[in-house]
Design a protein around this ligand. Structure first.
Ligand code: FMN
Length: 419
């Protein structure tokens, strides 16, 4: 019996409008994020699912993120709170509706054409952070029009010509009033994900072979969306790749420009240029967090890149408490990797994060529901976060931090470390 039969999920109806219809119906059919994953697997071309779902090596890092989160137990207190708690949080001086958001993701339009627009719209509507990636499918300027109140921008290292391109993107982000600049530091080397290799996506070109064409033909909803919204783009890089650059020119341009991990000296230069909140994404060690904060970085985003870079890392939830203990009084702590429910968000809050981000969850939502996916994922996460906070007796996201916790995987770095 396959997953779908076991879950009694009916054959997909193609949903493709930017209006979120039938939230209640969707909740009955897809009550959790794993339900969306199961459905996405059958609703989009195989190569697209492998792109969004696969991790480094054997996928062990992805599985580890999930089991580590599942292992965190929260001890409830009862008799304290008659109502469901409000979820509003302040991050970097701005109010957001809930302690959760969308992290940067390259190439989401491969999963569902138009994905970037749907995520940006849903985040703006719900007032939660939306992080546009360097290799996202919207330009910074387009994203700022769609999501003016919640837009963050993520930058990879583009070091050629003394960071000319990176600094220009930062200038554009500033002009577009982006709230937060996120520097991703956890991709010092380019790695390949075996599931992408097998389906022919790792070669640095998008040239569909017969098998991919067959995959596309077996996903009519996805094909219709492709016709309507066009193929994936690296929108922010197109204008630098030369006149008349086609998608493969832009991909090879991106591959030649993006590379290496930021050094601390480089981070200091970006700190100098960017006057609004600056976050480092991919921190896994308290001493790296300490170094970042000493350079004036405002936020530490604890992340193992969702298990996509190397499977041998600890789960981010397991290093989160040590990092929060090290710098939590001086920096905002964000977390991602493995979040599949509002209960996971509450686990992250309980262990010292101010907000948690879910990556693949949004791609599974897009894969299952197209345009309605991101909104449904946000609704699920918000409802579950509120219910879980209420269930453990926390009257606000911040109060989750006072919960008694059993955390068997917590990594001990010793006491608070000196740099
Ligand atoms: C398809 C895909 C593309 C990604 N692209 C980027 C990227 O361009 N920049 C970045 O900083 N992180 C990227 N990430 C990592 C996410 O920002 C995030 O750290 C990760 O997805 C969180 O783990 P989760 O997927 O288990 O929730 C990507 C993740 C996925 C799934």
């Amino acid at each position: 019996m396959d997953d779908r039969t076991a879950m009694n999920i009916k054959a997909p109806q193609v949903v493709d409008s930017s209006a979120y219809r039938g939230g209640t119906k969707l909740k009955a059919r897809f009550p959790t994020i794993p339900h969306l994953r199961r459905h996405a697997r059958r609703h989009i071309p195989h190569f697209a699912f492998e792109y969004c779902d696969g991790g480094a090596g054997t996928d062990a890092g992805i599985a580890h993120n999930w089991t580590a989160l599942d292992a965190v137990e929260l001890v409830p207190r009862y008799g304290v709170m008659p109502d469901l708690p409000p979820l509003g949080v302040e991050l970097f001086g701005r109010k957001y509706a809930a302690p959760l958001g969308i992290p940067p993701m390259g190439g989401p339009a491969l999963v569902w054409p138009g994905a970037d627009t749907f995520m940006a719209k849903a985040a703006q509507q719900a007032r939660v952070p939306y992080t546009l990636g360097t290799v996202g499918g919207l330009t910074i300027e387009e994203a700022a029009t769609i999501a003016p109140d919640v837009l963050w921008f993520q930058l990879y290292r583009l070091a050629r010509n003394d960071h000319a391109l990176g600094f220009d993107l930062v200038r554009r982000a500033d002009a577009a009033a982006v709230h937060v600049l996120v520097l991703t530091i956890d991709v010092p080397v380019r790695t390949t994900r075996p599931r992408e290799v097998v389906v022919g996506l790792a070669g640095g070109r998008f040239s569909p072979d017969l098998r991919m064409i067959f995959d596309m033909l077996s996903a009519p909803g996805w094909l219709m969306a492709l016709q309507k919204y066009g193929h994936p783009q690296f929108a922010n890089l197109t204008s630098y790749a030369g006149p008349n650059a086609n998608i493969n020119d832009v991909i090879s341009f991106a591959r030649s420009e993006i590379g290496g991990g930021f050094t601390w000296e480089e981070i200091a230069r970006f700190r100098d240029r960017w006057k609004r909140p600056l976050v480092l994404k991919g921190i896994m060690h308290p001493l790296d967090a300490e170094r970042a904060v000493s350079l004036g970085v405002d936020g530490i985003w604890v992340s193992n890149h969702g298990g996509r870079q190397i499977e041998a890392l600890p789960a981010s939830i397991d290093v989160l408490p040590a990092i929060a203990a090290q710098v939590g009084s001086r920096a905002t702590i964000l977390m991602d990797s493995g979040v599949r429910s509002g209960t996971d968000v509450v686990r992250a809050l309980a262990l010292g994060a101010q907000a948690a981000f879910a990556g693949k969850a949004f791609l599974w939502g897009l894969g299952a529901l197209g345009a309605d996916g991101p909104r449904h994922v946000i609704e699920l996460l918000i409802d579950e976060t509120r219910a879980s906070l209420g269930q453990i007796g926390a009257s606000s996201p911040a109060e989750a931090n006072a919960t008694t916790i059993r955390h068997p995987g917590a990594l001990a770095f010793g006491q608070t470390l000196s740099p």
